[in-house]
Design a protein around this ligand. Structure first.
Ligand SMILES: NC(=O)c1ccc[n+]([C@@H]2O[C@H](COP(=O)([O-])OP(=O)(O)OC[C@H]3O[C@@H](n4cnc5c(N)ncnc54)[C@H](OP(=O)(O)O)[C@@H]3O)[C@@H](O)[C@H]2O)c1
Length: 301
């Protein structure tokens, strides 16, 4: 099969579309023929070497977390999933024509959901939903979501609204118009000091941006409030009397199925900005990494 292999840390020239052995599914795994995967920030962060100290890699490696496609070999020992069935999952090594996936992680692609859209969902919707579950806002709580127009942020906003929270979406000033579609109670430009200082006291912050942005917002978080972050605990949070929730998203088929249904039914939008062929993964990462793409960058087989 063909796959995109990363041969070392560095720029996108480290990514090569080349012939590799087709993986063999282990016990309780299926082989999925890729229809679509997507570029997530973690892919280019790993490639750049940002995770060098915490994640040991043996090159060459295949990157990628999202998979949507068709089962081409069923699990040894049997499962409810059949050859030919369209499935999606939060997986690994997904920049490849064939991917092995544990049956426990599989979710059927629902009727009416485009398979290329399905390939854009697993990591961002799983993460955004878990972020808000961990924060656990109650009805009426004021919750600020940063990076609210990103894939993780959009999902966190959706789940917070579902729970009856009063949601404030934090975006860049130039994204404010676009943010109206999120149907939040308030929009704040995170790059405006005056807008940030005019914020009300917050019960919780769901952070998908980190850095200076979260540092500027923390004084607005009430005592014993909750900071949920997908970027680890920020330095600025040290010594504050708050609850901090950080995590690294793991496959959870129930959560993924629930969020996928929200997308299928049109309640949650995860827009696709660009599609590339799998063979063009280097160009796709280059685009995603420059930012301001306004949606997912999808790789199709
Ligand atoms: N812990 C985990 O398991 C986990 C899982 C998935 C993702 N993540 C992390 O979560 C983050 C978000 O992921 P994603 O897939 O949602 O990315 P994304 O789709 O690129 O969304 C990021 C959003 O934040 C905005 N943003 C960036 N910097 C900003 C700033 N300084 N002020 C205001 N807005 C800003 C971006 O706007 P522009 O496009 O204009 O920059 C974009 O709308 C990434 O850092 C990713 O690595 C963690």
């Amino acid at each position: 099969m063909k796959a995109v292999q990363m041969h070392g840390y560095g720029g996108v020239e480290q990514l090569r579309y080349e012939e590799v052995p087709t993986p063999i599914p282990g016990p309780n795994e299926v082989l999925v023929k890729l229809a679509a995967t997507s570029v997530n920030p973690i892919d280019w962060k790993i490639r750049r070497g940002d995770r060098k100290t915490t994640m040991t890699l043996q090159f060459p490696v295949i990157l990628g977390r999202d998979i949507a496609g068709e089962i081409s070999a069923a699990a040894a020992g049997g499962s409810d999933f059949k050859v030919g069935q369209k499935v999606m999952a939060l997986g690994s090594r997904t920049y490849a024509e064939f991917v092995t996936v544990p049956t426990a992680a599989l979710v059927p692609v629902p009727e009416g959901l485009d398979i290329e859209q399905a390939g854009a969902l697993p990591l961002v919707v799983s993460t955004g939903a878990e972020l808000m579950e961990r924060i656990g806002p109650r009805r009426g709580d004021t919750v600020l979501v940063t990076g609210a127009l990103g894939g993780v942020g959009r999902t966190a906003v959706y789940v917070a609204l579902e729970r009856g929270a009063r949601v404030i979406v934090g975006v860049r000033a130039r994204q404010q118009q676009q943010a109206q579609a999120l149907q939040a109670a308030q929009i704040v430009a995170l790059d405006s000091d005056s807008e940030v200082s005019a914020l009300p006291e917050l019960d919780a912050i769901a952070d998908t941006v980190g850095g200076e942005v979260i540092g500027n917002l923390l004084p607005k978080l009430k005592r014993r409030g909750v900071l949920g972050s997908v970027l680890g605990s920020p330095k600025a949070a040290e010594g504050r009397d708050i609850r901090i929730e950080t995590f690294s998203a793991q496959p959870n088929a129930t959560r993924l199925a629930r969020m996928t249904e929200a997308v299928r039914s049109g309640k949650l939008a995860i827009p696709i900005a660009r599609k590339f062929n799998l063979s063009e993964a280097a160009a796709a990462q280059q685009l995603a990494e420059t930012g301001h793409v306004n949606g997912k960058v999808v790789l199709v087989a």
